[in-house]
Design a protein around this ligand. Structure first.
Ligand code: 6PG
Length: 475
C-alpha cells in the first residue's frame, strides 16, 4: 500500500481533483469503472505527480495506506450508492469515505449513519468551483464525524483555494452539514446569478445599452463592493461575440435556463424549515418561468399598459441599479445564512456561519470580496439574528434603499420582470414593518377553521365564536 489518498470516478471533476492531490505531492490511487479513463489520466497527466492506477476496486483499496482515504467523485444519487455498496466490504474500521459530489444532504445523513455502523467514517463534502476549481483549488465543505477531520482535513485544506493564506476549507459539522452548506451555496449562486441577470436586463431595456457596453459596466462594478467571480464572468460573457453571426453571444442563446436541482433542494429544505429564502426561491422560479415555453407563448399578447423608459441621467440609473443589486444580494445571503442557522439548530450541527463565509471567499462560484464583511459580522456577533441588521450591512443597505425602491418601481411601471430585486425589497420592508397584515390572516384562519390567535394585550390563545354570537373565548 503506497497511495495516501484515492479517487474513484475520473470524469472531469474527479480527475482534476486527483491531479490537484498529485500536484501537491500526494501519491494518489485512481480508479474508474471504465478503465480507459484511468489510463487516459495517467497517460496525459502522469508527469504531474504520482498516480497509482488500478483496474479494479479491490486493487485500488489495497493500494491505499491506512486509514484509507477514498474520495468518491461520481454522479449524485444511485451511482454514488452503487460505488459505496461495492467499496464498503473492502474497507476496514477507521477508513474514511468522502463523497465529493453534489449529494442531497438527507442522502448524506443516511450514508453516514450506515457507514458509522461498520466503523467507517463517511464525509459528505461539498466541493465548489467547477472543473477549474477542482484542479487549482476549490472551496471544500466537509461534514461528517469531527474525528475524521484530523486525518483528512489537512490534506483537503492543502488542495483547497487559499485567500490571504487561509484555506477555503474547514470542518462544517456532523453528517449532512457539509452537503447542506454546499446546497445553500448553490441556492445563493442561483440568487446571485438571477440578480445579475435582472440588473443586466433592466439596463438593456432602460438605456438601450448593447451587451458590450454593459460588459464595461460590469467590469467597472467588479472593481468595487460587488467584486466577485460571477460579476467578472458576466463582463466576459457580455463582451463575447458569436463567431457564426457576429452578434453578441448572449443574444443567440435560447433564453430558457436549466437547472440540475440544487437550487430546488435549497428551496424545498427552506420550506421544510420555515425559513423565507425569497431571493433564492424567486431565482429558482425565474428559471422555471423562462422554461415555461407554452405559457410564455400563450402570454405573448396579453395587455401590458407599460410606460416608456425615459432615463435622463444614464450614469445615475446605472448607479441605482448597482445599489439595488448590492442590497438585494445582501438580502439573498442574509436569507441563506438564516437557512444555515435554522438547519444547524434543527439537526444539532453547530455550524459557524462566519467560517462558512470565510471558506467561500475563494475557489467557489459565489466567491466575492464582500464575504469578508460577512465573516466580520459573525465575528462581531456569532449569534447575529439577521445579517442585514449588522451595522456594516445595515449601513450598506440603508445607503442603497432609495435607489432600490426607484429601480423596483421603474421595473414594474415599464413591465420588465425583476422578481429577485422586488421580492428582496418586499422581504426587507416586511421585516422592518411594525405591524404586518398577518394579523388579518390569523383572523381569517380563526374564522373558517377555529385556528385561534394570540392577542397583543394579554397572554393566552383565543378564538372568536364567529358563527355564533361572536363572543371571544379562551381557546
Ligand atoms: C459549484 C457549482 C456546481 C454546478 C452547479 C450548477 O459550486 O461548483 O455550483 O456545483 O455548476 O450545480 O447548477 P445548476 O445546473 O443547477 O445551475
Amino acid at each position: 500500500a503506497t497511495a495516501q489518498v484515492g479517487v474513484v470516478g475520473l470524469a472531469v471533476m474527479g480527475s482534476n481533483l486527483a491531479r490537484n492531490f498529485a500536484r501537491h505531492g500526494y501519491r494518489v490511487a485512481v480508479y474508474n469503472r471504465t478503465g480507459a479513463k484511468t489510463d487516459e489520466l495517467v497517460r496525459a497527466h502522469g508527469d504531474e505527480g504520482t498516480f497509482v492506477p488500478s483496474a479494479g476496486l479491490a486493487g485500488f483499496v489495497a493500494s491505499l495506506e491506512r486509514p484509507r482515504r477514498v474520495v468518491i467523485m461520481v454522479k449524485a444519487g444511485g451511482p454514488t450508492d452503487a460505488v459505496i455498496d461495492e467499496l464498503v466490504p473492502l474497507l476496514e474500521p477507521g477508513d474514511i469515505v468522502v463523497d465529493g459530489g453534489n449529494a442531497h444532504f438527507p442522502d448524506t445523513v443516511r450514508r453516514e449513519a450506515a457507514l458509522a455502523e461498520k466503523g467507517l467514517h463517511f464525509v459528505g463534502a461539498g466541493i465548489s468551483g467547477g472543473e477549474e476549481g477542482a484542479l487549482n483549488g476549490p472551496s471544500i465543505m466537509p461534514g461528517g464525524p469531527a474525528a475524521s477531520y484530523a486525518a483528512l482535513g489537512p490534506m483537503l485544506e492543502e488542495i483547497s483555494a487559499h485567500v490571504d493564506g487561509v484555506p477555503c476549507c474547514t470542518h462544517v459539522g456532523p453528517d449532512g452539514a457539509g452537503h447542506f452548506v454546499k446546497m445553500v451555496h448553490n441556492g445563493i449562486e442561483y440568487a446571485d446569478m438571477q440578480l445579475i441577470a435582472e440588473a443586466y436586463d433592466l439596463m438593456r431595456h432602460a438605456l438601450g445599452a448593447t451587451p458590450s457596453e454593459l460588459a464595461q459596466v460590469f467590469a467597472d462594478w467588479n472593481a468595487g463592493d460587488l467584486d466577485s467571480f460571477l460579476i467578472e464572468i458576466t463582463a466576459e460573457v457580455l463582451a463575447h461575440t458569436d463567431a457564426e453571426t457576429g452578434k453578441a453571444l448572449v443574444d443567440v442563446i435560447v433564453d430558457e435556463a436549466g437547472q440540475k436541482g440544487t437550487g430546488r433542494w435549497t428551496v424545498q429544505a427552506a420550506l421544510d424549515l420555515g425559513v423565507p429564502v425569497t431571493g433564492i426561491a424567486e431565482a429558482t422560479f425565474a428559471r422555471a418561468v423562462s422554461s415555461s415555453v407554452p405559457q410564455r407563448r400563450a402570454a405573448r399578447d396579453l395587455p401590458a399598459h407599460v410606460g416608456t423608459w425615459d432615463v435622463a441621467d444614464r450614469d445615475g440609473f446605472v448607479e441605482d441599479v448597482r445599489k439595488a443589486l448590492y442590497a438585494s444580494k445582501v438580502v439573498a445571503y442574509s436569507q441563506g445564512f438564516d437557512q444555515i442557522a435554522a438547519a444547524s439548530a434543527e439537526y444539532g450541527w453547530d455550524i459557524d456561519r462566519g467560517a462558512m463565509a470565510r471558506i467561500w471567499r475563494g475557489g467557489c462560484i459565489i466567491r466575492a470580496t464582500f464575504l469578508d464583511r460577512i465573516t466580520e459580522a459573525y465575528q462581531r456577533d456569532p449569534g447575529l439574528p439577521l445579517l442585514i441588521a449588522d451595522p456594516y450591512f445595515a449601513d450598506a443597505v440603508g445607503e442603497g434603499v432609495a435607489a432600490w425602491r426607484r429601480i423596483v418601481s421603474l421595473a414594474a411601471l415599464n413591465g420588465v420582470p425583476a422578481p429577485a430585486f422586488s421580492s428582496s425589497l418586499a422581504y426587507y420592508d416586511a421585516l422592518r414593518a411594525e405591524r404586518l397584515p398577518a394579523a388579518l390572516v390569523q383572523a381569517q384562519r380563526d374564522f373558517f377553521g377555529a385556528h385561534t390567535y394570540r392577542r397583543v394585550d394579554k397572554d393566552g390563545t383565543y378564538h372568536t365564536l364567529w358563527s355564533e354570537d361572536r363572543r371571544e373565548v379562551v381557546a
